[in-house]
Design a protein around this ligand. Sequence first.
Ligand SMILES: NC(=O)c1ccc[n+]([C@@H]2O[C@H](COP(=O)([O-])OP(=O)(O)OC[C@H]3O[C@@H](n4cnc5c(N)ncnc54)[C@H](OP(=O)(O)O)[C@@H]3O)[C@@H](O)[C@H]2O)c1
Length: 263
Amino acid sequence: MRDSTVLVTGGGKGLGRAFTEALGQAGARVFITGRDASALEETAETLNGDGILVEAIRADVVDRDAMKDVVARIMKVSGRLDVLVNNAVDPGPVGPTADIDFGAWWRTQEVNVAGPLIGAQAALAVMLPAGRGRIINLVSPAGIKRWPYATAYSVSKAALLKLSENLATELRSTGVTVFSYNPGIVDAGLTRAGMRFAGNTDDPWLDRIGRWAIDARDSGAFVPLETAVACLVRLARGDADVLTGHVIHAEDDLDARISDREV
Ligand SMILES: NC(=O)c1ccc[n+]([C@@H]2O[C@H](COP(=O)([O-])OP(=O)(O)OC[C@H]3O[C@@H](n4cnc5c(N)ncnc54)[C@H](OP(=O)(O)O)[C@@H]3O)[C@@H](O)[C@H]2O)c1
C-alpha cells in the first residue's frame, strides 16, 4: 500500500489500532482519530517507533467541522486520501429496550450512523474529484442478526449496513467503492472489555453480555485478530473493489466471492 493514505477513525484503541498497525506495515501512511488524546498519542508514538507513518488527530466523529479539518490536514500533509475506515464506535447502553435511557440510545445512533456519514461526506469531498477512493464501514454480527438487550448497537450497525449499500450504488460510476466490513467477534476492543464484566458488575445486563462473549469464545466462535486484520487490509488495498456495496466477513473467501459474483 505504498503511496496510499488511510484515515482510521477510532484508530488509537482496540481493533482500530490493530488495523492501523497492519495498514502501516503494508506501507500506508495512516491518520488516526479519536477523543482520547493520550491514547492517540501513545499509539502514534509506539507505531512511529516501529517505523510506521502514523499521525494522530483528536476529533469526535459527530463533529462535522472537526472531520472536515481532519481531511484538510491529511490533504496538506499527504496530498491524497485513498481509504476511509469508519471504525469508531459507541457500544451503547444495554438492557430491556422498553426502558433503555433514550439519550444514551440516541447518542449511539449519532456516533455509529451519523459519524460514518459525516466521515464519508468529508472524505468524498476529496475522493470524488480524485476519481478514486474506498470507504470501509465497520459493521457487526449485531447488525445482521438479532441482538436483544443491546438494541442501540444492533440497530445502529444495521443502519450502517444500509448506508453502505445505498452509498455504494450511488457512487458506482465514480471510482469510489464502499464496503460493510464485519470482522466477526474478536478478542479485542469492546468484546474484550465486555468479557471483563462477567462476574464483576452489579448490572445484570452487562454481566449477561460478558458471559455470552465468554461462551462464544470458549465454543470457538471468535475470529482470530490476525484474520480480521488481514481481510481489512485486502479491502483497503482494493482486492475486492468489484464487490462494492457488499457485506464482507473477515473469514470470507474473497477470491471465491469475486469469481462467483453476479454481474
Ligand atoms: N471487537 C469486536 O469483537 C467487534 C466485533 C464486530 C464489530 N466490531 C466493530 O469494530 C469497530 C471497532 O471496535 P472495537 O471493538 O475496537 O471498539 P473499542 O475498543 O471500543 O474502540 C472504539 C474506538 O472508537 C473511538 N470512539 C468512540 N467514540 C468516538 C467518537 N465519538 N469520536 C471519535 N472516536 C470515537 C474510541 O476512541 P476514543 O475513546 O479516543 O474516542 C476507540 O478508539 C467498531 O465499529 C465495532 O462495531 C468489533
